[in-house]
Design a protein around this ligand. Structure first.
Ligand code: NI
Length: 438
């Protein structure tokens, strides 16, 4: 399938030097074949499909580098609580009732919401991960998914060794969907596993030649309890147990010392900033500007819809920038270009698609979104990077292409039946949380 997007404004990456006012993008199979301003080149392309890009901005698909997609099932449930109370007393008991079917539909709903707001790739960490992978495969989305190697002691359960199931999961799903799916090993956090389980999880990731998804330093309490128990921070424990020997996607890193950040840099740990979730749970503000100064790769994420309470990466871009400016009382930090890069290129790198996605250029994967710039709130457009980061809304996304396949066109989802998904999820929510949902 060859697709030509014509007469479109192009933000190829975060650098306005590569900005094209009126250009063409040719897609051949799952790759970008050409990109530029030359109508002659476009005329030679001979596409199967032409998309008229007039009035639209084409940009790299947005990467949501940390989420728990099926937590959409718990949207607007258990609000205004501390992380500890929210997670242990509210979320975990409901999650114990989940099954493959519930998680499949919850994930599908999330994927629909994500595609609608311009996300082309996610990193997902959750339960019933076969159901998650199936939903991702069907939706056409790109994803880094992970699975536990040890069932953790969250409710005082006996730890169960699931390394064989983890290997099997990796063998089944890694590179599925023509390489759209990558499988990492899940280490939920250093506080839900014993040290020996952290070591074995790291060894397993090494054995499989893959990486690890982990939550690190989300709250001050997590760091304090780690220091009390081990005289080491969760980042120091991760280093000690070999977790940082493989590629790592670390969510949060809110409460980190200079030493912690130096370790993150030394081991090329990818950090995911989740401003909304960190604010909603009162966890604090991650020193993202400082991490970027140190050369740490920082991406952006929504976390789960249960602590957000949506999956809108445009909100994350706004907040990511504004929070840093406000807290540091410095409007020059976290400019539009930096935030745009975090949401695209840094995200693609963080979830294991470095040099493959995240930028629009010849030879890269065709993960492209078109933003409708006709809204009053985008008029006049002026600086297009500022428009995307500060004034655009998720609902301005018009068309989404992943791996050369159109997943949404003219704001209509192509791979997900929205009405069916809403019906299923409302029904499931009624079973999970009686009395609260429809
Ligand atoms: Ni999380």
């Amino acid at each position: 399938m060859k697709i030509l997007i014509r007469n479109v404004e192009i933000l190829a990456d975060h650098d306005l030097k590569h900005h094209i006012k009126n250009g063409f993008i040719g897609i051949n199979g799952n790759k970008i074949d050409f990109i530029g301003e030359d109508p002659a080149e476009a005329a030679k392309f001979n596409p199967d499909r032409v998309i008229n890009g007039t009035g639209k901005i084409a940009m790299p698909g947005i990467v949501n580098a940390h989420t728990h997609a099926a937590m959409t099932l718990l949207r607007n449930f258990a609000n205004d609580l501390s992380l500890q109370d929210w997670l242990f007393n509210n979320v975990f008991p409901v999650e114990a009732k989940l099954n493959d079917e519930y998680v499949y539909w919850g994930t599908m709903l999330a994927l629909g919401e994500l595609i609608r707001s311009g996300v082309t790739a996610i990193a997902d960490m959750y339960l019933h991960m076969d159901a998650v992978a199936n939903a991702i495969l069907e939706s056409g989305m790109r994803a880094n998914v992970c699975r536990i190697a040890f069932h953790f002691n969250k409710l005082g359960d006996e730890p169960i060794d699931q390394r064989d199931q983890c290997r099997q999961y990796f063998n089944t799903w890694n590179n599925a969907g023509d390489g759209r799916i990558k499988v990492y090993v899940e280490v939920h956090s250093t506080y839900t596993l014993e040290k020996w389980q952290l070591i074995k999880s790291a060894e397993l990731a090494g054995e499989l030649g893959t990486g690890i998804q982990i939550h690190l330093h989300e709250t001050a309490r997590e760091v304090k309890e780690s220091l009390e128990a081990y005289n080491a921070t969760p980042i120091e424990i991760s280093k000690e147990t070999g977790i940082f020997e493989v590629p790592v996607l670390a969510a949060h890193c809110v409460h980190v010392s200079e030493n912690d950040m130096d370790i993150l840099k030394e081991y090329n740990v990818n950090v995911v900033y989740n401003p909304t979730s960190n604010m909603k749970l009162g966890s604090g503000v991650a020193p993202v500007s400082r991490m970027l100064e140190k050369g740490i790769n920082v991406a952006l994420g929504t976390d789960g819809a249960a602590s957000n309470n949506n999956l809108n990466m445009f909100e994350e871009m706004h907040l990511a920038s504004l929070l840093q400016k406000g807290v540091l009382m410095n409007p020059e930090v976290m400019n539009a270009s930096t935030v745009f890069k975090m949401a695209t290129q840094n995200g693609a790198k963080a979830i294991g698609f470095e040099n493959a996605a995240g930028i629009l250029e010849k030879g890269r994967l065709a993960d492209i979104i078109l933003i409708d710039k006709s809204g009053l709130h985008l008029t006049p457009l002026n600086d297009p990077l500022a428009a995307v980061v500060y004034s655009a809304q998720g609902s301005d996304v018009d068309t989404v292409i992943v791996d050369g396949r159109i997943l949404m066109e003219n704001k209509v989802l192509r791979t997900i039946d929205e009405e069916l998904v809403k019906y299923k999820v409302n029904k499931i929510a009624g079973e999970l949380i009686p009395g609260q949902a429809d």
